[in-house]
Ligand binder design. Structure first.
Ligand code: SER
Length: 314
């Protein structure tokens, strides 16, 4: 049977680039993009697009039947900072959208699921440097609790019902095509915009806050690759650690100053500092590298060059 894909949350930060990539790999007619609202962008205009509420089981089921969907990528979620402001809705959206998709797979209506987890599954009691695949996990944010719970349910549905669900713990993701929304790592996107526009940036994290990060192309590559791997290679059915770069605000500022010498940064930590302090500084992703051949292409310097080049054209 040929692969027919439904992306839920296709207009978000990851969804936008994932949709373009999946259309290129599987053919435009085999990828159905969906989101809660219809925007005027490439995701909507360059292929099939449907409005869907990720909390509505029947809407998702109808789309799956209408297009004979085999694979679902569930990218709709509230991120860490937004979730702290609206815990009940974050829990509802992040968990129940996942249950809908898991239950559709359990009922045999789809074959494969991609569901993103996050470094937010870790907490203050987790070893901070080179955080291992298997370790203490006591997340202290609503977002982290929802992702940790989601991971447990993914593994449960795989072991109990044979659901083929695959997941990655994304680090902070950096891209120039679509803006992020509501994450603690998002300063590392905003800093590039401000460096070009204002030559200065006020960071909501303190200068030495190291966090795991990744350029979007690497994240998309990992997503396509874990979904294409033979099922027996995906031995971890909760979620895989995934790592590329780790840097502090001070370090990313220095990499920008190599291109824009007059750029300056200052620091005004807010409530997001506490979230960042509860997360790892760097991640050990040996298991993903061994199981399904993950490898990153971008380091910080390469990412800074590409970000500044593309944003200045934009
Ligand atoms: N980038 C996300 C956030 O900061 C982490 O998964 O919320």
């Amino acid at each position: 049977m040929s692969t027919k894909i439904l992306i839920i949350g296709a207009c978000g930060q990851i969804g936008t680039e994932l949709t373009q990539k999946l259309r290129a790999v599987y053919g435009t007619d085999n990828v159905i993009a969906s989101d809660i609202r219809k925007l005027d962008n490439d995701v909507v205009n360059d292929g099939i697009f449907e409005v869907v509420n990720a909390l509505d089981y029947n809407q998702i089921e109808n789309l799956i039947e209408k297009y004979h969907i085999t694979d679902v990528y569930l990218m709709a979620a509230l991120l860490s900072a937004t979730a702290e402001k609206n815990p009940a809705f974050a829990w509802d959206l992040n968990m129940n959208s996942l249950f809908h998709v898991l239950n559709l797979a359990k009922a045999g209506k789809i074959k494969k699921i991609f569901w993103p987890s996050s470094i937010a599954v870790f907490g203050p009691t987790t070893p901070r440097e080179n955080t291992p695949q298997y370790t203490v996990m006591e997340p202290s944010t609503v977002y982290g609790i929802s992702k940790q719970s989601g991971e447990r349910w993914c593994e449960y549905y795989n072991k109990q019902y044979g659901v083929d669900v695959r997941s990655i713990r994304y680090p902070g993701l950096i891209s120039w095509t679509s803006p992020p929304g509501g994450g603690t790592t998002d300063y590392a996107v905003d800093i590039y915009y401000k460096a070009l526009e204002d030559k200065k940036f006020t960071c909501f994290l303190s200068e030495n806050t190291a966090l795991p990060m990744m350029y979007m192309d690497d994240a998309i590559k990992a997503t396509v690759s874990i979904m294409q791997a033979p099922a027996e290679k995906i031995k971890v059915r909760s979620s895989y650690n995934l790592s590329a770069i780790s840097f502090t605000p001070k370090e990313i500022a220095a990499s920008i100053q190599k291109h824009i010498p007059e750029f300056t940064i200052d620091y005004a930590p807010d409530f997001r500092q506490k979230i960042a302090d509860s997360w790892p500084a760097s991640i050990d992703d040996t298991v993903a590298r061994e199981d399904w051949g993950w490898k990153n292409d971008f380091d910080m310097e390469k990412m800074t060059s590409v970000m500044l080049e593309n944003l200045s054209k934009k």
